[in-house]
Design a protein around this ligand. Structure first.
Ligand code: ATP
Ligand code: MG
Length: 391
């Protein structure tokens, strides 16, 4: 039996005028994500996208796994695509949905007929199929209000589609539909989650990672690659810029009061990330900060960091508890990578007694000892590019 995937595109349906553009973007993203699995033909009709494998041998399990991670999809189903003949439809429903029908206690049939030439109308299709399935699966009862299983029959242009349980999609908006932003990524738990959350809102990600060799190792950078690979299963490919940060950090250490290291370092990161973001046509920065989590994330410290930013800084974790962040990192499979030991450029230079309530005047005064513009420009110029793509 021919099998296809029927995709319901969630929030997209609300976008009115822009709908076509969004749909095109979603299809482009799906096509790219499914490329290693096989060639698919995509057709759109009434807020449903049909993905039909061109080759019958295509691994649909793998395709379903991948579609489940594409943003902009509310739900989707595997469906049998059969000849538009009522007898064929009935026998196919019996066979194709047998595993689901056998485990359900109650069911109902829902039918849609967009091909008005089909001899039966929707209520007639429902009645016929309901009667037939009851006879074949006598343990079932019909429940129109809250059935265990809804048997869907959609008679469309080329085929009749039969499907049962819907699979929940990744939600959100198609990656790229909201523009592009630069994710500051460490090897920790928070920043990969922050990237995932903003990609879900339709942002295409580029990533910026600050490395301080020899204080930080090659292994620490590899860890960032692994984290981004995992995020890219949802966000699509990510361009990573690895910034050499050693000189900047040593200058901070040698010239600024220890209690204020972290805030100054954060400001240097933002300045540099911003230069890279502009160069890459990104319109915002993304960080994994959350209020009060550590000394550099108190409100006064964040205010000092923000003071050097000319573009919006998205902090999707700002109001979340650590356990909420961890729950998401487990869901997207970054947690086990994040908890591997590594040296972060921050931890290497962490002061013993950081100031939790820095004032901007004080920070700016301390920074006078540094050539902040030159340093951040050089950091951005010397950044090294790595293309990250899970597929
Ligand atoms: P994470 O788990 O993301 O490392 P964290 O709770 O450890 O976050 P910090 O180390 O204070 O918090 O970092 C706050 C944010 O600053 C991070 O979420 C990340 O966006 C950014 N950041 C920290 N270190 C780096 C780095 N080496 N390269 C790029 N960005 C960084
Ligand atoms: Mg960290």
């Amino acid at each position: 039996m021919k099998e296809i995937i029927l995709i319901k595109n969630g929030e997209l349906a609300l976008k009115g005028l822009n709908r076509r553009t969004f749909e095109d973007m979603l299809i482009k993203n799906m096509r790219r994500r499914l490329e290693p699995v096989g060639k698919f033909r995509f057709t759109v009709a009434q807020s449903t996208i049909v993905a039909e494998p061109e080759d019958e041998q295509t691994d649909l399990d793998e395709a379903v796994e991948r579609i489940g991670k594409v943003f902009g999809i509310a739900g989707f189903s595997r469906a049998a695509a059969v000849e538009k003949d009522m007898d064929v439809i009935l026998r196919s429903a019996e066979e194709y949905l047998a595993p689901q029908l056998l485990t359900a206690r109650s069911f109902k049939v829902e039918a849609k007929r967009s091909d008005k030439k089909f001899p039966l109308n929707s209520p007639q299709i429902c009645a016929k199929a309901g009667e037939y399935l009851l006879e074949k699966f006598p343990h079932l009862t019909v429940d129109v209000h809250s059935p265990d299983l809804v048997v869907n029959i959609e008679v469309r242009d080329a085929y009749a589609y039969i499907h049962g349980k819907q699979i929940k999609g990744a939600g959100g908006m198609p990656t790229g539909s909201a523009g592009r932003a630069a994710l500051l990524i460490s090897g920790g738990i928070d920043s990969p989650v922050a990237g995932y959350m903003m990609a879900k809102r339709g942002l295409e990600l580029i990533a910026v990672h600050f490395a301080s060799p020899p204080y930080t190792s090659e292994r620490a950078e590899q860890k960032v690659h692994s984290l981004l690979k995992q995020v890219s299963k949802y966000s699509g490919r990510i361009g990573l810029w690895v910034v050499p940060f050693t000189e900047t950090q040593e200058l901070i250490k040698d010239n600024c009061p220890e209690e204020i290291f972290t805030v100054i370092m954060r400001r240097m990161m933002m300045r540099t990330a911003q230069i890279i973001a502009k160069r890459e046509n990104a319109g915002a920065l993304i960080t994994g900060e959350s209020v009060g989590q550590v000394a550099s994330q108190t409100m006064p410290a964040i205010a000092c960091t923000d003071a050097v930013c000319e573009m919006p800084v998205f902090r999707p974790l700002i109001g979340m508890d650590k356990d909420e962040v961890i729950a998401i990192s487990r869901k997207i499979d970054t947690f086990d990578i994040s908890i591997l030991p590594y040296e972060d450029c921050c931890t290497v230079f962490t002061p013993k007694h950081p100031r939790t309530r820095p004032t901007l005047e004080y920070v700016e005064e301390c920074e006078k000892a540094l050539e902040t513009d030159r340093l951040s420009r050089e950091c951005a110029e010397n950044a090294r590019f790595v293309a990250i793509n899970a597929y």
